[in-house]
Every structure is written in structure tokens, then in C-alpha cells.
Ligand binder design. Structure first.
Ligand code: PLP
Length: 405
């Protein structure tokens, strides 16, 4: 399609994006993520052994996974559970949050808040900072101020390592200590992330990982609770099996939150190659960042020097005024290129139907602004660099012609 270029400011030097008639970057389409099962032979061997043994749950494979994960994370205790959500529920139940408030970000996946709700807690949302999109320790005071003097009180603090970016763990520790409440991390994205070299997993009272298919360590479904607290670990072990200590005289109302042996086998095989996957994702993110450097109005979440992210998601933060169009227009233009994208996390949890009433109970201007600005683009562990650069170049073409979108 012939299109006359009328833009000023050098836009005409850059080829047209597909949405304006250029040829699409990925005519065959580029999905947001692709799951790869590493080492099928090893997996088949493990599945065969499990199926032959007849022990499909509560067996050696789950124990082996817990030990391997504890070693990797450099924590004394890891308890495998059915999902990150159920792990968070059990930890929050152990913290006795029922009837009390749980401070957490609203810029997170809905399951963070759902877990508090299922544990009987009242999600209470706080702001993230604009650079990392993780919980802003400096703005947490407003949560406690709002609660002052009037029950229900804040009983726990929960933070999310968003996209694998480590939270401000040192400052959050201080806030939790000041408040006298336990600190829990939704570490769903962060198996393989590091804070100044130390693995995410040992911070706060507990950290809970997800092994669902879109995460970097995957077991089809599953979760891992990591903690330094032996009695908390024991409590989670009981809780994942109904709260039954073995004599059917349940100590508290637990869940069925067990991980099956088959899922544990998947996780073990996936764990073996995790460091290479995390390193490769980091290299792809760096290549992408270098390619879009200087492009107006678009950046990636900031990662502190010395920190490692899993880059569970490659999320663009778009300033519509500088970039030239808003996120929905960018997403539509990417779609024309064949590039899938998602607004992680939009809408913010406090604006979702599940939590939005009574309306206006939370004032979170930073969160609301950032939720309008994020767009996650494709990244997976076996993607090649040429692919991520083609995505970056598509973003560049779209920006150059954004005035016409
Ligand atoms: C995926 C995800 C969860 C839920 O994990 P499940 O294992 O599916 O329960 C929780 N929190 C965040 C931030 C997530 O991305």
C-alpha cells in the first residue's frame, strides 16, 4: 500500500509500521510467551518411575524438589504447594490475618489480593514507585495512618517482586519491624531473581513462588513456600494437607494444597536449566533496552545495580505524551505487526470489580497512572536475539509515526 509520508521531525526516515500500511514484522504472529519443556528424556524417565511406583502424591519427588529448591534459594525450608495462591493463603492464615488488614500493592496480579481475602484478611492497597513498579516503602505510612486508632488493624505486609524485579527489601524490612508485623513476599515471578547477589527466597518471613506455565520455573501448576522459620514451614506442611497431623484430628482448617509427584518432576527438570534461562532472558532484555535507548517516552522497569531479575515479563512503561500515543494505540499497532501484548497489570487490583466497592476507598494516583502506562511484549526463555530486536524495531517504527495513530 502506498502511503505518502507527511511527518516532520525525521519520521519519514523510518519505515512505516504495519498499522499504517508497512509490512508486518511478524506475518506469522509472535505470541506473548512460549513454554518449553527442557529435557524430555529425563522427564519421561521420572514420569515412568512415578507412575510405576503408584505413589502419585506425598512421595520422594516432592521432597527432592523441596531440597533442591532450598539449596538453590539458600534457605533452610521450602514447602511445595499446589499453587502460589494456595501458598500465600496458608502463610496469611498462619499470620492470623482474619478480620485484619493486609497491606499490599494494588499494582500486582489479582491473586495477591485474593489470597488475603481467602485467608479472611482485608486487602489494603498501597502505592508502588514509578521506577521499579514495586511497593514504595516511603508511601506505606499512609496505610498505617489511615488505620490508626480504629480497628481493624494492619496484621501483615505483603509485597510483590513485580516481573521478577526485586523489591526494596531492606526498607520494607524496616517498615515491617516498625509496624511489628510479618512481611510476606508474593515471589510468583521471582524464582531466579537476586537482590545484590542474594537469591530472592530468603527475605521477609516467607516468600511464595509460582510454578504456573507462564513463570520462568514451571511445573504446569504449583507453588513453593520458602522460609527461614522452621515452625512456619511445619505449619504450611500441615496446612497443605487439610491441617491433619496424621491422626485425622485436624489442628486448624487447612486446604488440599499438595503438589503432585508429576508436577514436582516437571519442576525438578525445569530447575536444572533455570540459571541459563534467567541469564538468557536478562541478555534479551538488555539487547531490547539498548535497541530502544533514546526512543522518546518508553523505558523498562529499573533494576538496581547488582540485582538480577528473571524478566518474567518484558514490560514497557510508556509515557503517552512523549511517545506520541497511548498504550491501547500502541497495542493495536503491535497487533498489526503480528506482535501479541498484554497490559500487565491493568486494571490495578483496587479498580477491579472484585475490590472496587465501595468506590473511591483507595486513592492511588501513582498506581493508576502506571497501570495506564504498562504494556508487556513477548519474551520467552528460548527466544533468539534477532526476534527481540525485531520487536524493538517495530516499537521504534510505531513511535516514529505515532502522531498518525
Ligand atoms: C501467577 C501469579 C500468582 C498466582 O500464581 P498461581 O501459582 O497461579 O497461584 C500470584 N501472584 C502473581 C504476582 C502472579 O503473577
Amino acid at each position: 500500500m502506498a502511503v505518502t509520508m507527511g511527518e516532520q521531525g525525521g519520521a519519514s526516515d523510518v519505515a512505516l509500521p504495519a498499522v499504517l500500511g508497512g509490512s508486518p514484522a511478524f506475518p506469522e504472529g509472535l505470541p506473548l510467551t512460549r513454554v518449553q519443556v527442557p529435557d524430555r528424556a529425563e522427564l519421561d524417565r521420572r514420569f515412568d518411575a512415578i507412575l510405576t511406583s503408584g505413589q502419585l502424591t506425598n512421595g520422594d519427588t516432592v521432597r527432592e524438589l523441596e531440597e533442591a529448591a532450598a539449596e538453590f534459594l539458600e534457605v533452610p525450608h521450602v514447602v511445595a504447594v499446589a499453587s502460589c495462591t494456595s501458598g500465600l493463603m496458608l502463610v496469611l492464615q498462619a499470620f492470623d490475618v482474619a478480620g485484619h488488614r493486609v497491606a499490599m500493592p494494588s499494582f500486582t496480579f489479582s491473586a495477591t489480593a485474593h489470597a488475603a481475602h481467602w485467608a479472611g484478611g482485608l486487602p489494603d492497597f498501597a502505592e508502588v514507585d514509578r521506577e521499579t513498579l514495586t511497593l514504595d516503602p516511603a508511601l506505606l505510612a499512609s496505610v498505617i495512618d489511615a488505620a490508626e486508632g480504629s480497628p481493624p488493624t494492619v496484621k501483615a505486609l505483603m509485597a510483590t517482586h513485580v516481573y521478577g524485579t526485586p523489591c526494596h527489601v531492606e526498607e520494607l524490612d524496616k517498615v515491617a519491624a516498625e509496624w511489628g508485623v510479618p512481611l510476606l513476599y508474593d515471589a510468583a515471578h521471582a524464582f531466579g531473581s537476586r537482590r545484590a547477589g542474594t537469591p530472592i527466597g530468603g527475605f521477609g518471613a516467607a516468600e511464595v513462588f509460582s510454578l504456573s506455565p507462564t513463570k520462568v520455573l514451571a511445573a504446569a501448576e504449583g507453588g513453593l513456600v520458602a522460609t527461614r522459620d522452621a515452625s512456619l514451614a511445619e505449619r504450611i506442611r500441615l496446612g497443605r494437607g487439610y491441617g491433619n497431623p496424621g491422626d485425622y484430628d485436624c489442628l486448624f482448617p487447612g486446604l488440599n494444597a499438595r503438589m503432585s509427584e508429576l508436577h514436582a518432576a516437571l519442576a525438578l527438570v525445569s530447575l536444572r536449566t533455570l540459571p541459563e534461562r534467567v541469564a538468557h532472558r536478562g541478555a534479551l532484555a538488555a539487547a531490547f533496552a539498548a535497541r530502544i535507548e533514546g526512543l522518546p517516552g518508553v523505558r523498562l522497569p529499573a533494576l538496581a545495580d547488582g540485582d538480577t531479575s528473571t524478566w518474567k515479563d518484558l514490560t514497557l512503561i510508556v509515557d503517552p505524551a512523549e511517545f506520541g500515543c497511548d498504550v491501547p494505540a500502541l497495542a493495536a499497532a503491535l497487533k498489526a505487526e503480528g506482535i501479541d501484548s498484554r497490559r500487565y497489570f491493568h486494571p490495578a487490583v483496587h479498580l477491579q470489580k472484585a475490590y472496587a466497592s465501595p468506590p473511591g476507598s483507595w486513592r492511588l494516583p501513582v498506581t493508576e497512572e502506571m497501570a495506564e502506562r504498562v504494556l508487556t511484549v513477548p519474551l520467552w526463555s528460548h527466544m533468539d536475539e534477532a526476534t527481540i530486536l525485531r520487536v524493538a524495531d517495530a516499537v521504534t517504527r510505531i513511535q516514529a509515526h505515532s502522531a498518525r495513530l
